[in-house]
Design a protein around this ligand. Structure first.
Ligand code: GLU
Length: 440
């Protein structure tokens, strides 16, 4: 059995870049029949809000992600305290009293000597008396994890064999001077407690993983498998900040993008699979293996989202569209109109066209007599796919017009638009009454 987790901090709304780990975990759970845990990393009480927590769940639901279990770190402090006490007892967690200014001076000195600015572990040699003195001065310790200093190796399911040399890192602070936990320890404690088998997250966490593997081992927990995915970037490899890339999922939804288009672009960009329409997330889960995720950056192209969105609509079966359609759009109309949509909401303008309610474009003076002939020559109903050529054939004879001069004024008069579906199929949908009203 596999268990994965998606662990956002409720300190903002989710963006496209967050959708990537959210969905890669979801697809992995689907593919392996595993459990998906939503873990809210809300240890930063000052920045976490209920509204953001609710927003995350709403956004995940929109994408089609429905966690089997939800936990919040703020409910689980007792577990972290127990782990803290064990690490203190085993000598892996030690108090340090330096202020931020003192640490900065140490780093500056190391740089001057041409050494890496790694914490010198001075706190490890403090006597009890010195600690008492610091406490008497009103200093509160922060707590550092004593790294092993051995290279930590793991086999990343995306990036292959990895080595993180913890000897080149400062002992990480796990607990702040005010007693609150940084993300590092709670994450490991939760991964052990919830029996997480696979940690799938962004590649910005690789060196974290070195530290966290040491913590897993120090706590006697089973080390999960790790998979670090490339991060979505802009076209030049910069952060995702171009207009669409910087929109939250809620804003993308507002803009009328299909959840499946957003999800598909969020996961398939930067993989060896093409960004193409899929029937649902299950179908993507069936094809996308973690090993298909590229080692290079995942460059997001807003135009790709726009065009995938349109392609999904062009292939959307009537049954899938029906709950969202205006009542006047039936199956036949949907099949004919969907190829003209870029956003689903474009269908509303077409519904108005079918009802004869589209805006009128005043006829050019040279077209008035022609349109009067068109009205006169409208064939009697019933109408079918042959009606258009019958009608325009007669008009052609009467007016001597052909090509664009024949068709364009009719399209403008009947639909108020420059483009749209083939009239052969559109005309029967409009019906004689709408055509007659619009021409007169
Ligand atoms: N809250 C962390 C983040 O958003 C979670 C990282 C992880 O998956 O361990 O970066």
């Amino acid at each position: 059995m596999t268990t994965v987790r998606y662990a956002p901090s409720p300190t903002g709304r989710l963006h496209l870049g967050n959708a990537r780990p959210a969905l890669l975990n979801w697809l992995f759970a689907l593919r392996t029949g595993g459990t998906y845990v939503l873990r809210l990393d809300d240890t930063d009480r000052a920045r976490s809000t209920e509204a953001f927590a609710a927003g995350i769940e709403e956004d995940l639901a929109w994408l089609g992600v429905t966690p089997g279990l939800k936990v919040r770190q703020s409910d689980r402090t007792a577990l972290y305290d127990a782990a803290r006490d064990r690490l203190i007892a085993s000598g892996r967690l030690y108090p340090a009293y330096e202020t931020e200014e003192e640490l900065e001076i140490k780093r500056g000195r190391a740089r001057l000597l041409g050494k890496p600015p790694i914490y010198d572990r001075a706190a490890l040699s403090l006597t009890d008396e010195q600690k008492r003195q610091y406490e008497a001065e009103g200093r509160r310790p922060h707590w550092r994890f004593r790294l092993d200093g051995r290279p930590v190796t793991f086999n990343d399911l995306i990036k292959g064999p990895q080595t993180v040399n913890t000897a080149s890192m400062s002992d990480p602070v796990l607990i702040r001077a005010d007693g609150t936990y940084l993300y590092t320890l709670p994450s490991v404690v939760d991964d052990i407690d919830l029996a997480i088998t696979h940690v799938i997250r962004g590649e910005d966490h690789v060196s974290n993983t070195g530290t966290q593997i040491e913590i897993f081992e120090a706590l006697g927990g089973k080390v999960p498998a790790f998979a670090h995915h490339n991060l979505l970037t802009g076209a030049e490899g910069e952060g995702l900040s171009k207009r669409i890339g910087s929109l939250s999922l809620a804003e993308l939804r507002e803009e009328g993008f299909e959840a499946l288009a957003v999800a598909t672009v969020a996961v398939l960009t930067g993989t060896s699979l093409p960004v193409e329409p899929h029937a649902d997330l299950g179908q993507i889960a069936g094809t996308l293996d973690l090993s298909m995720i590229s080692h290079g950056p995942a460059r997001f192209d807003p135009a790709e989202l726009e065009s995938l969105n349109a392609r999904l609509l062009h292939e959307m079966p009537y049954e899938a569209a029906r709950p969202r359609l205006p009542r006047s759009i039936g199956g036949a109309a949907w099949e004919i109109l969907r190829a003209n949509l870029r956003k689903f909401s474009d269908i509303e303008a077409w519904a108005r066209v079918l009802e004869g309610e589209a805006a009128h474009v005043p006829a050019a003076p040279e077209d008035r007599a022609f349109l009067a002939d068109a009205l006169e020559l409208l064939p009697p109903e019933p109408w079918d796919e042959a009606t258009w050529s019958l009608w325009t054939g007669a008009l052609k004879q009467k007016s001597g017009r052909k090509g664009r001069a024949l068709f364009h004024p009719l399209r403008l008069a009947l639909t108020g638009r420059e483009d749209g579906p083939d009239f052969k199929s559109l005309l029967p949908l409009l019906g004689r009454k709408v055509c007659r009203d619009r021409l007169s």
